[in-house]
Design a protein around this ligand. Structure first.
Ligand SMILES: [Zn+2]
Length: 305
């Protein structure tokens, strides 16, 4: 799983101070969001002349530029094991110190770290059938999504600003949270991923850009991944759901229910004449809106007339 470099931390901080999303900075630099994300997470080395470019694009003052340069230097000095992820990175550093010198107890500790990182490396791929997670009833999921809504938006706001929440508001509560954007080449058919124990949500680039621009399907996917991040990133050992298991313990089912509730809040139902009207007011795709509408009907959420 990715981690921000010192440069990534500083750049992100300054970016957020100026209300710039990953996408906004990428556009100012004439680069892709995945490229900027790769720089922030250290997947790519900071190119020559990049600081100057950023400083100009973000209109940084001398102090900010100095801080950014210091962070870049710190990042460049770090051991370059770029293709490895968090825990493994530490492991490589330890092994590099010569295997013979590693005491037995440290060896045991290292093994545990490796095993843990493997166990925690199960990403929540978007599938029909997810992995087993602690059960959550529909009612509980609705209440949870409504609570999350209350944290971030006013009661009368119908459209949930998922990308605004993920880019800016969430980090006010979880300072270490960040959005990670990966290329389509890396992600393949996965639109998003949340790794157990990680502080980030990974989006495939087209999904990230689409969600930023208000694409309805991508907005739903973003809410879906947000659900995994909130509910499932602490789930350690995972197994796929089988036929004999109830749907309530399925991570994908839970994430979709949460996303649907977040996008179309039961509290606003009386404002809409039908599912399609709800779809446009909530900025969600009509198919998803109709599914939610039918569920709310079944749950008796519409006042009798
Ligand atoms: Zn999923």
């Amino acid at each position: 799983m990715a981690k921000l470099t010192p440069f990534g931390v500083e750049l992100r901080k300054q970016r957020l101070d100026k209300d710039l999303r990953l996408l906004d900075l990428a556009e100012k630099l004439g680069q892709s969001a995945a490229f900027v994300s790769a720089i922030e997470t250290g997947r790519k080395q900071i190119p020559d002349g990049y600081l100057h470019k950023i400083s100009k694009a973000m209109e940084l003052n001398a102090d900010d530029t100095r801080r950014l340069r210091a962070a870049a230097e710190k990042t460049r000095k770090e051991v370059r094991v770029d293709n490895l992820r968090g825990d493994q990175r530490e492991l490589v550093a330890a092994f590099a110190r010569k295997l013979d010198d590693v005491p037995n107890d440290l060896m045991e500790a290292l093994k545990k770290i490796v095993l843990k990182s493997i166990a925690g490396d199960v990403p929540f791929f978007r599938r029909r059938r997810g992995i087993i997670v602690p059960p959550m009833s529909t009612e509980k999921l609705r209440r949870f999504a409504e609570k999350i809504r209350d944290v971030f938006v006013e009661n009368d706001q119908v459209e949930f600003p998922i990308m605004d929440v993920l880019e800016f508001k969430l980090s006010k509560i979880l300072p270490d949270f960040f959005i990670d954007v990966e290329t389509e080449e890396i992600m393949g058919s996965d639109e998003g991923r949340v790794f157990a124990g990680s502080n980030s949500i990974v989006f495939r680039e087209d999904v990230y850009v689409g969600a930023c621009r208000g694409n309805r399907r991508d907005r739903f996917t973003a809410c879906h991944e947000f659900a995994h991040f909130l509910m499932h990133r602490d789930v350690k050992l995972a197994r796929a759901r089988e036929d004999s298991d109830k749907i309530y313990v399925d991570s994908e089912w839970q994430a979709d229910e949460f996303a649907g509730t977040l996008m179309m809040s039961p509290r606003h139902l009386e404002m809409f004449s039908n599912a399609d009207a709800a779809a446009s007011a909530c900025n969600m795709n009509p198919a998803a809106a109709r599914v939610m509408w039918a569920k709310y009907e079944k749950e008796g959420r519409f006042a009798m007339t």
